[in-house]
Design a protein around this ligand. Structure first.
Ligand SMILES: NC(=O)c1ccc[n+]([C@@H]2O[C@H](COP(=O)([O-])OP(=O)(O)OC[C@H]3O[C@@H](n4cnc5c(N)ncnc54)[C@H](O)[C@@H]3O)[C@@H](O)[C@H]2O)c1
Ligand SMILES: [Zn+2]
Ligand SMILES: [Zn+2]
Length: 361
């Protein structure tokens, strides 16, 4: 099959012919129908690094074509969404429903003594986040898959696997936003836009969105932002404190550069929480004054994959989409071929692009 291979840091995404192994155990082979371009894979390919060569891509929707002898949760012909959340189902965190905190995520992978799932010219290829979605097919553990209704279209379905789980999940699961509370979304990209949808589902009172691109802010308004702020055109902290009458209940940072994260903390009101989701550089972080935080009972929380339980949350978001309660169509800005991933990531720099999705060769 064809896959887009990242051969090293800064070497982009190159279409190659690779081999995919047959399913063993609880593995499942999925024909990829749509594969979204999440910023995280660009970060891995450009500055974070990983095991290379690798097939990256982790936002996948497709059809099950083959199942291993021990797979029991999906069957051939099922429409599925894959997630990078790897969980065992048996550890203490999994048993309490917090599968995103599984202590044995490697349970879903092959062991070093087993043949690799992907090879290229006979050499092993790393499978990005246990998915390897920039390919015509993926082979992964059934724990990483959720079944969706057949009527769900492919490109919006793919977005659920990361952007929606992360963005909406940060609001609904990690922060547990309640009716009437104020929410600030910093960075209205492919992930942050779903935080706006999550805030609407939660019944948030004010949904304030900041970005540096007017095109992204216009779309944010169409998705339900009650206020938008271009942080290039003034002090976003002052603006948020004025709108919220003293500070917000929840601030979600989808950008992750030090000055922006520091501003996010300054936007908090009494009892407010800052949620760290984006990391645009390796030194992303925050310095917090204990005196400020304690006197206002404020908290800072890192958020991995929207604290999602993929088996429950993927079907939930698919259902919200099919009921017309979650807009995913307007996040699919462009559909591209597997050979055009570098250009696809370039498109994300454009102020009007939300998500780019691979839907062909
Ligand atoms: N924590 C997790 O589990 C998790 C999961 C998925 C993605 N992520 C991360 O979330 C982040 C967002 O991903 P994405 O795919 O939406 O990226 P994206 O590139 O689509 O969106 C980023 C947005 O931030 C805006 N932005 C940039 N600088 C800004 C600033 N100074 N102030 C306000 N807005 C600014 C951009 O204009 C863009 O709209 C990435 O860092 C990604 O790696 C984290
Ligand atoms: Zn992602
Ligand atoms: Zn576990």
């Amino acid at each position: 099959m064809k896959a887009s291979v990242t051969k090293g840091l800064g070497q982009g995404f190159v279409l190659e012919e690779v081999e995919l192994a047959d399913p063993i155990g609880r593995e499942v082979r999925v024909e990829v129908k749509a594969s979204g371009l999440c910023h995280s894979d660009l970060s891995i390919a450009t500055f974070l690094g990983a095991e290379f060569p690798a097939v990256l891509g982790h936002e996948v929707a497709g059809i099950v074509t083959e199942v291993g002898p021990d797979a029991s949760e999906v069957k051939v012909g099922d429409h599925v969404v894959a997630s990078l959340i790897q969980f065992c189902g048996l550890c203490v965190n999994c048993l309490s429903g917090r599968t995103h905190l599984c202590t044995r995520p490697e349970f879903t992978l092959r062991t070093p003594d087993q043949a690799p799932r992907i090879t290229w010219n006979g050499q092993p290829v790393a499978q990005g986040m246990g998915v390897g979605g920039f390919a015509q097919e993926v082979l992964l553990h059934e724990n990483q898959l959720a079944v969706i209704p057949d009527e769900m279209p492919w490109a919006p379905a793919a977005l659920i696997g990361c952007g929606v789980l992360t963005g909406a999940g940060a609001v609904l699961n990690s922060a547990g936003v309640q009716y009437g509370e104020t929410v600030v979304v910093i960075g209205a990209g492919g992930v942050g836009m779903n935080a706006i949808s999550g805030a609407r589902l939660a019944g948030a009172g004010q949904i304030i969105v900041t970005d540096i691109e007017d095109g992204k802010l216009e779309r944010a308004k169409a998705f339900g932002a009650t206020h938008v702020i271009n942080s290039r055109e003034g002090d976003p902290v002052e603006a948020v404190r004025a709108i919220t009458d003293g500070g917000a209940d929840h601030v979600f940072d989808f950008v992750g550069v030090r000055p922006v994260t520091a501003q996010g903390f300054q936007m908090l009101g009494k009892g407010g929480g800052l949620y760290l989701i984006g990391a645009a550089a390796v030194d992303a972080g925050l310095e917090v004054s204990t005196l400020v935080a304690l006197s206002a009972s404020q908290k800072v929380q890192g958020v991995y994959m929207g604290s999602s339980n993929l088996k429950k949350d993927i079907p939930f978001y698919a259902s919200m989409y099919l009921q017309g309660r979650m807009n995913l169509d307007d996040l699919v800005s462009k559909e591209i071929g597997l050979s055009g991933i570098d250009e696809g990531y370039d498109l994300l720099k454009d102020g009007t692009t939300a998500r780019v999705v691979v839907t062909g060769l």
